[in-house]
Design a protein around this ligand. Sequence first.
Ligand code: SF4
Length: 585
Amino acid sequence: MNTSDSEVVMSVLTANGYDIIDSISAAEKKKKKKKKNEVKDEEEEEDDDGQQVPSTATMPEVILVNTCAIRDKAEERVKTRLRQFRSMKTTSPSSSVFSKDFNISNNNNNNNNKKAVIGVLGCMGERIKGELLKKDSKGVRLADIVAGPDSYRDLPRLIENAISSSNNDNRQSKKNTNDGGNESLVTSSSSRKRFEPKITETMNVELSTTETYSEIFPMRRGKVEDMSTSAFVTIQRGCDNMCAFCIVPFTRGRERSRDSASILEEAKKRFYEENAREIVLLGQNVNSYSDKTYVVAAAGKEENSSSSNTAARTTTSNGVYAEGFKSVYVPSRNQEYDFAKLLKDVCAISPELRVRFTSPHPKDFPDNLLQTIAETPNASKLLHMPAQSGSTTALERMNRGYSREAYLNLIDKAKAIIPDVAFSSDFISGFCGETEEEHNDTLSLLKRVQYEQAFTFAYSLRDKTAASKKLIDDVPEEVKQRRLAEVIETFREAAKEKAKGEIGKTHLVLVEGTSKRDDEKCTGRADNGKRVVFMNENGEKSSKKGEYVEVRIREAGVNTLIGDFVKKTTAKAFYEANGGKAWYA
Ligand code: SF4
């Protein structure tokens, strides 16, 4: 989700005259290159990678860090990174530190000696808010800007204010130095107030009930041929589920869906203009999607209009959920356009486009969605079904809205409806009050379902959550870690056993590129989400990124399948040859 949000941020800022720099080391490279070539003219030059580089290329004026708040560890890592950014303003940066962050420079300002303005975006900013603008216990003010996930449109204002504030700061600092004084950083006036406003000159953490950035086309960087075969398309934001352990409803706000027309437009552009062959539909509770702007006209002709939402048919019945699941809120969904319909419409763009989605809640897998996935060959057959625990009593404390039995019934139903379905899941070890028996229930669930992938975590208490208010984080850290190790080991054993069934099967593989370990081999993904490595053909016939090939599996591990190239194909030809329903014909 953060990658997708960063693409929205880049769009907003480029539209406001900012240039995006991949990394600070890239900025330095450009600066050195400019010096070496002594470019005299005022026109823009072409960089090695073909991108337009302003002749006034400078070190970035602004560094923005998009953040996650789901676990304490992630926040600590961000803080360390922010301290490095602060200290590196006056020293030479190392490329590795910046490789995953993007930096933004406004080429209207060419003052290399100026200190970079640092901004914290996303969930951590939303959670900690103005704390980041104050000096910490080490006397470092970690950020100059804080922008929550719903305030990216406000970034140009926040940046301009922070830059002017920083200019004033520099002048003040110089004055203080001349006076023999110490450098003093401006403290946000809001930090002196007991109740902090959500919007100030350099902070906006107001959560919205409507913001979906629907008309902003997220910016992917680089040349089309270098882009990943996968593209993210955000369809939904926020979550109303209030799982007891989770900070997301507090950092991302209320559940809301983007209109389907803008989603389809973005997905088509990714497929036709950027050669994306896999679209990943994103949302905090992605399969709760519902386009309330969609109406079916009286004549039976489909319409899509954001202005006609009053005519949309909504439902408050529990029929929208999988059997045996409930939620703490009453769902309000437009049954004319739910997640199943969106999935089908995105898949219909082309049979050559594979469609995945993340992150879903198991309650939002009603029968019609399972049916749609079964009947739509290019809808990925790897379903993420976050269980979190295999124990009904632990699930009750977690506020998940289902029992172990309801979850297993859903797994069995999906297996019955969708041939070759595979599952991935999330698991938390050591949640408040977790007993040995409850932990063993999780282990037995892992053995029973045989997941393809598992994302496993030791519980980390987050402020504001229901668990922090009503429960006690009473499982000792060493017990959490021991249980986590057992969960991982059990997952691996079960996955290894399941993988044996892959040997001899032929998979449709979307080629992602050459193997990093051996350039005579290619890697790609099978429909069940598994990485597949196979020996490439030679010469001109070799498989290329974005193509489909058939691969027969020879060896199978927990994470990777090794196979032999059978032939190049198209997804459509493969589906037809393997009994896929040709809905696109
Ligand atoms: Fe968090 Fe639960 Fe919502 Fe997932 S469904 S984002 S775990 S509150």
